[in-house]
Design a protein around this ligand. Structure first.
Ligand SMILES: O=C(O)CCC(=O)C(=O)O
Ligand SMILES: [Fe+2]
Length: 286
């Protein structure tokens, strides 16, 4: 494949994460560059761009070269680019992303990926971790892999966003009720075949996965607890220490992430573009 000019990719460890240099995210990427970044994403699961200087519109336009964008039904969007989700955390609005998760798996077609950009950071802290679900699956024993590969699970908007946890403005409540009505529970395979690499990966998470179908309640609870702990092993993870102007681009089909909530009362302001994906499936290896 032809390599785009100046593109360089430096892996951060053997399992997940690479720093990309030679890309100015403000410029429309050539089709070759889009292809190269897509290929790098499949190899490294999460790519980090540094020293970018982006408006929300520029972030949106870059992300839109990789697919249609999804607007979150609950989280606020940027005024100039409503598809850009604003994560503004401070003492009066603590983060709720300090739980391992894959984004928006309450959708029939969860996001393919997302781009998260650091606008304002605390003096220290506020790292994000990503974990590689292909590696997590591969590390399980063959009998466990086989057992899980036949299962499916319920993912539920209400599991992540319970009504009683909401701040009580009437407008907020209306938005919530609408979002809930539009997002009934969905079923996804517990092991997902990556649509591009064909690799199997774990596809349950602690935020949205309510239960595994066909198991007794206690069996499901214990198995999910095991898997949700298993995926946190440092061997599967990269921990990213943000600098202002950095942007992460992750493959949401084969990763989970966790935002470390250690910086209050300082402020941390991030914006996210979310790229639409396809319906997850499992296909046994030939
Ligand atoms: O703020 C972060 O580091 C990550 C938040 C998050 O879960 C997301 O943007 O999807
Ligand atoms: Fe997230």
């Amino acid at each position: 494949m032809a390599r785009s000019n100046n593109l360089a990719i430096r892996p951060l460890n053997p399992t997940i994460g690479a720093v990309v240099s030679g890309v100015d995210v403000r410029e429309a990427p050539s089709p070759t560059l889009v292809d190269d970044l897509r290929a790098a994403l499949l190899t490294h699961q999460v790519l980090f761009f540094e020293d970018q200087d982006l408006t929300p519109t520029q972030q949106r336009d870059f992300a839109a070269r990789f697919g249609e964008l999804h607007t979150h039904p609950l989280y606020p969007g940027d005024d100039s680019a409503p598809e850009i989700m604003v994560l503004d955390n401070h003492a009066d609005n603590p983060s709720d992303n300090d739980m391992w998760h894959t984004d928006v798996t309450f959708l029939e077609q969860p996001a393919m990926g997302a781009m998260l950009y650091a606008r304002m950071l605390p003096p220290f802290g506020g790292d994000t971790l990503w974990s590689n679900m292909t590696a997590a699956y591969r590390a399980l024993s063959a009998p466990m892999q086989q057992f899980l590969a036949g299962l499916s699970a319920v993912h539920d908007f209400v599991h992540a966003f319970p009504a009683d946890g909401l701040a009580g403005s009437a407008a907020g409540r209306e938005r919530y009720e609408k979002a809930r009505a539009e997002h009934p529970p969905v079923i996804h395979p517990v092991v997902r075949t990556h649509p591009e690499t064909g690799e199997p990966g774990l596809f349950v998470n602690s935020v949205f996965t309510a239960r595994i179908k066909g198991l007794r309640r206690e069996e499901s609870r214990v198995l999910l607890a095991f898997l949700n702990r298993h995926i946190q092993k440092p061997e599967f993870c990269v921990r990213w220490n943000w600098r202002p102007g950095a942007m992460a681009f992750w493959d949401n089909r084969c990763t989970q992430h966790y935002a470390v909530n250690d910086y209050l009362p300082h402020r941390r302001l991030m914006t996210r573009a979310t790229i639409e994906g396809e319906k997850p499936f499992y296909r046994a290896a030939a």
